[in-house]
Design a protein around this ligand. Structure first.
Ligand SMILES: Cc1ncc(C[n+]2csc(CCOP(=O)(O)OP(=O)(O)O)c2C)c(N)n1
Length: 566
């Protein structure tokens, strides 16, 4: 008798097989853009009525898939055509790689017989994406498709997550087969969940029980492992204060007494002083990026450092560490919580931290004549009760959102951390809203960044996505201008916009509600009004051109060398 998995399947072509495999993987949505090399895929999408979101540029397909993946924790799926379609998606793929976001990207390719002949719309996307994907494949036999797809999903969403690309030549998409599927994933060399070294956990807990000034640093790895509860429990049980990286925001509720805020270049005074003065630093799932460890040689100079990360390659990459714990953050924290180690004596440390917090709170100069961006973020925080998915673009808008929004949940902040990609925000907000239609989604974006992917306003209109776009318009590439002012003697080369599009008319052209806010006296009421309707709105807020993001650590300075505003 034949085993059930060996029974012949109905004859299907590669494109149909691909969609069937996606269905088996519980994929509910694809972000993409059609073209010649992916015609078979789009024909299958049409006939199988697969939910497909038609973006207006392939970069946006990748960013929207990132937003979707961030909001759901599931891999985002992308379809683009060969050549220019594939190269347009590269920025989003690189962005996902830097922030460990699971994506499965399908690129069309010219037929196998034409590969290497400079055929129409041919690009060697495998070489181009080798360094910005966790793995990439080109399919040469239709019967390999289910195996490759299953492997791609497995690799993208396990271990250190990231993008995987599958290049599908057109003739393979058209080839028919009755090959069975699905197959078990069989990748013996790939060990995504390393076993945690219990002995090291015990050593670390022993060190903790003797520390007088411990700090827990939390990064993206905590989100990836869904270890928010464990972090909170650990902080509470051992009275260890917590500092977050940009991508670690949301792990601790902003108002938690154990939370010191974001550390690094634009972090809080208390967080950066804690990093500088601590005697034990336990880093959970952050990679000591240079925006956090601003001067690696002088980072946490008095501390014994422990690093918990799923990726062994992160160990000692930037900062030398004493305790290295390779493993899933949740698994490691669970073991740490099970330890019988005694609680350290930390009352003097807490008193010191409280002093820093009360003497140097986050603050900005209020104004009776101008709307301040920090105030806008605070007001949006109140309006949304700290519950919204907050998506940002890159620049000052991103930092003000990180500094002033009252985050409560994990996965709540969707931002481009590692690559710092302007143009990320608008499409990522689309992905987040499609992933969580019942949740409020707010996008903070600058006047530079919105012009990079503004064509996606059409997608918001087409699918009637209730996204509140808060455009902080300072008529300048604010973050770059800030650096020019500070470090280039105010030579504002190419960073001041003398002419700008009429953003209100732009919104109207796409059929979206538009609000222009200029009055600081009425800004709270104006924002509330703009947020009231259950449809998208572009809310342009006029903010001062020269407002800086403070505090700031100059590049190369140590964490305790902060510039503060008056
Ligand atoms: C694709 C891309 N190009 C250039 C940059 C460099 N860059 C970083 S922030 C920034 C200015 C952003 O200006 P805007 O979007 O107006 O936001 P603001 O800083 O004023 O809030 C630039 C140009 C980038 N991060 N990404």
């Amino acid at each position: 008798m034949q085993a059930p998995e060996e029974q012949p399947m109905p004859v299907r072509n590669g494109a149909e097989l691909l969609l069937d495999t996606l269905t088996a993987q519980n994929v509910e949505m694809i972000f993409g853009y059609p073209g010649g090399a992916v015609l078979p895929l789009y024909d299958a999408v049409y006939r199988q009525k697969f939910r497909h979101i038609l973006v207006r540029h392939e970069q946006a397909a990748a960013h929207a898939a990132e937003g979707y993946a961030k909001a759901t924790g599931k891999p985002g799926v992308v379809f683009v055509t060969s050549g220019p379609g594939a190269t347009n998606a590269i920025t989003g793929i690189a962005d996902a790689m830097m922030d460990s976001i699971p994506l499965v990207v399908f690129t069309g390719q010219v037929g196998t017989q034409a590969i290497g002949s400079d055929a129409f719309q041919e690009a060697d996307i495998l070489s181009m994406t080798a360094s910005i994907t966790k793995n990439n494949y080109q399919v040469h036999d239709v019967r390999d498709l289910p195996r490759i797809i299953n492997e791609a999903f497995y690799v993208a969403s396990t271990g250190r997550k990231g993008p995987v690309l599958i290049d599908l030549p057109k003739n393979i998409a058209n080839q028919t087969t009755n090959a069975p599927f699905p197959e078990q994933v069989n990748l013996p060399q790939y060990q995504p969940a390393p076993t945690v070294d219990k002995h090291r956990v015990a050593q670390l807990m022993q060190a903790l029980s003797q520390a007088h000034k411990p700090v827990l640093l939390v990064g993206n790895g905590v989100h990836a492992a869904a270890a928010q509860t464990e972090v909170q429990r650990f902080a509470q049980r051992y009275q260890v204060p917590v500092v977050a990286t940009l991508l670690g925001l949301g792990v601790m509720p902003t108002n938690d007494p154990m939370f010191l805020g974001m550390g690094g270049m634009h972090g809080t005074y208390a967080a950066n002083m804690a990093l500088s003065e601590c005697d034990l630093l336990i880093n959970v799932g952050s990679r000591f990026d240079d925006r956090l460890a601003t001067a690696p040689q002088r980072f946490a100079p008095h501390a014994t450092i422990a690093h918990i990360d799923i990726d062994a390659a992160e160990m000692d990459k930037v900062i030398a560490t004493t305790y290295q714990l390779v493993g899933d953050a949740k698994a490691v924290l669970k073991l740490m919580l099970r330890s019988s180690a005694t609680r350290p004596e930390v009352s003097a440390w807490h008193q010191q931290l409280q002093e820093w917090q009360s003497q140097h709170p986050m603050h900005y100069q209020k104004s009776a004549t101008e709307i301040k961006p920090q105030q806008v973020v605070e007001l949006v925080g109140e309006l949304t009760h700290g519950d919204a998915y907050v998506v940002t673009d890159v620049g000052q808008n991103q930092m003000w959102a990180a500094q002033y929004y009252p985050f409560k949940h994990q996965h709540q902040l969707i931002t481009s951390g590692g690559l710092g990609t302007m143009g990320f925000g608008l499409p990522a907000a689309i992905g987040a809203k499609l992933a969580a239609p019942d949740k409020p989604v707010v996008l903070f974006i600058g006047d530079g960044g919105i012009q990079m992917t503004s064509e996606e306003l059409e997608v918001i209109a087409t699918y009637d996505l209730d996204i509140k776009i808060v455009l902080l318009n300072n008529h300048t590439l604010g973050m770059v201008r800030q650096w020019q002012d500070l470090f280039y003697d105010q030579r504002r080369s190419q960073t001041m916009f003398e002419h700008q599009p009429n953003f209100m008319k732009l919104a109207e052209a796409y059929g979206l509600a538009a609000h222009h806010l200029t009055d600081p006296q009425t800004v709270a009421a104006d924002l509330a009004k703009a947020f009231a309707a259950p449809h998208a709105a572009l809310i342009e807020v006029a903010i001062p051109a020269l407002e800086p993001v403070m505090p700031m650590i100059a590049p190369g300075s140590a964490n305790n060398e902060m510039m503060e505003s008056d």
